[in-house]
Design a protein around this ligand. Structure first.
Ligand SMILES: [Ca+2]
Length: 339
């Protein structure tokens, strides 16, 4: 048996994100995994989506600073003005961070001086072909722009893992479309055509991931002096109110940690089941634009492009997430951070 499999090196990760309340839980989960030695964070590219390019950039910088990750490179969203749907500030707060961003440390990083996301994705993947896992937590604008600027670049990723789409459950923008795909369906087409093994975590599984206020309250109570722990709970309270207002959690006082499921796929894959298939995206329909379609007919398939998650062990996944967030808090206390 190969010793390489038993003693793997940390997984290199590039995150493309539009924080965003649930994005933030994904970013904090990754911070915990990096501090535990399981992941190496090679960069963050921010993308317009939940809020504007400026705000997603600022939010990512603040969340990185909160965990002591000031050295992680951050790119800014490519400019794209083809959008037909609005942002999601009514869910995530006007600032995209549940109106809590003023509580977080300011980052010295400047939006104007930041690298463009598409260039950063190209440079990162070319520098380490086959080594970097790309996680997409927002609209696919940046990833598609990189692929169009440098065709074949996304094939250089070790894996491409997306929170995207809705198949056998309702959408969350229209009755059929999920936000990340609906925001820029043409970009989703480009990304889905880039590889034969895109990993898709759709609403079908994320609608089962209700992180409750009680769960995050336990974190806040365990670390009463730690700003990070209080922030986690405050974020959860705001997002839970949003989810209740939008009737997304069956009346349960909790919220859907959509984006965090990508980390579960990478580091706790036993919590998920997948179906292989050909996923396409509707770009033309008046009522169906942004719908994701998985061909489940039993004709012989000459082409497949994705693995689509169909089931999740929600209780186990949420328990692991809470435990890893507690480990992040413990580590921050050991590092002497109390603010
Ligand atoms: Ca997101």
């Amino acid at each position: 048996m190969s010793g390489q499999i038993l003693t793997p090196s940390p997984r290199k990760i590039l995150v493309d994100t539009d924080p965003g309340g649930d994005d933030t839980f994904a970013l904090l989960w990754l911070q915990s995994l990096v501090k535990q030695g399981f992941a190496e964070w090679v960069g963050v590219t921010t993308v317009a989506g939940n809020v504007s390019p400026e705000l997603t950039f600022a939010n990512a910088c603040k969340v990185l600073a909160l965990g002591g990750f000031e050295s992680v490179k951050v790119g800014k969203s490519v400019v794209w003005e083809g959008g037909k749907i609005g942002d999601a500030a009514e869910v995530h707060g006007i600032d995209g961070l549940c109106n809590l961003s003023h509580l977080l440390p300011n980052s010295p990083r400047q939006f104007a001086a930041a690298p463009d996301a598409d260039d950063m994705i190209i440079e990162t993947l070319e520098a380490a072909p086959g080594e970097v896992t790309v996680i997409g937590l927002g609209p696919l604008t940046n990833l598609a722009a990189a692929e169009q600027k440098r065709p074949g670049i996304l094939r250089l990723a070790k894996e491409l893992v997306l929170m995207a789409g809705a198949f056998d459950v309702p959408g969350n923008v229209t009755s059929l479309a999920e936000f990340n795909v609906a925001f820029n369906p043409e970009a989703a087409v480009t990304v889905l055509e880039s590889r034969e093994d895109v990993v898709i975590l759709p609403l079908d599984v994320t609608r089962k991931l209700i992180l409750t206020v009680e769960m995050t309250e336990a974190i806040a109570q365990a670390y009463p002096t730690l700003e990070l722990a209080q922030f986690i709970h405050q974020l959860s309270q705001f997002m839970s109110n949003s989810c209740l207002q939008h009737r997304e959690t069956a009346g349960i006082n909790g919220f859907l940690v959509h984006d965090a499921v990508t980390l579960a796929y990478l580091f706790y894959p036993e919590t998920l089941l997948f179906r292989r298939g050909l996923v396409t995206v509707e770009t033309a329909g008046n009522y169906t634009r942004g719908q994701t379609i998985l061909d489940r007919r039993h004709g012989t398939k000459s082409l497949t492009n994705a693995f689509v998650a169909v089931e999740v062990e929600a209780i186990n996944l949420l328990g692991i997430l809470v435990d890893d967030l507690k480990r992040l808090c413990s580590q921050r206390l050991k590092e002497g951070v109390r603010v």
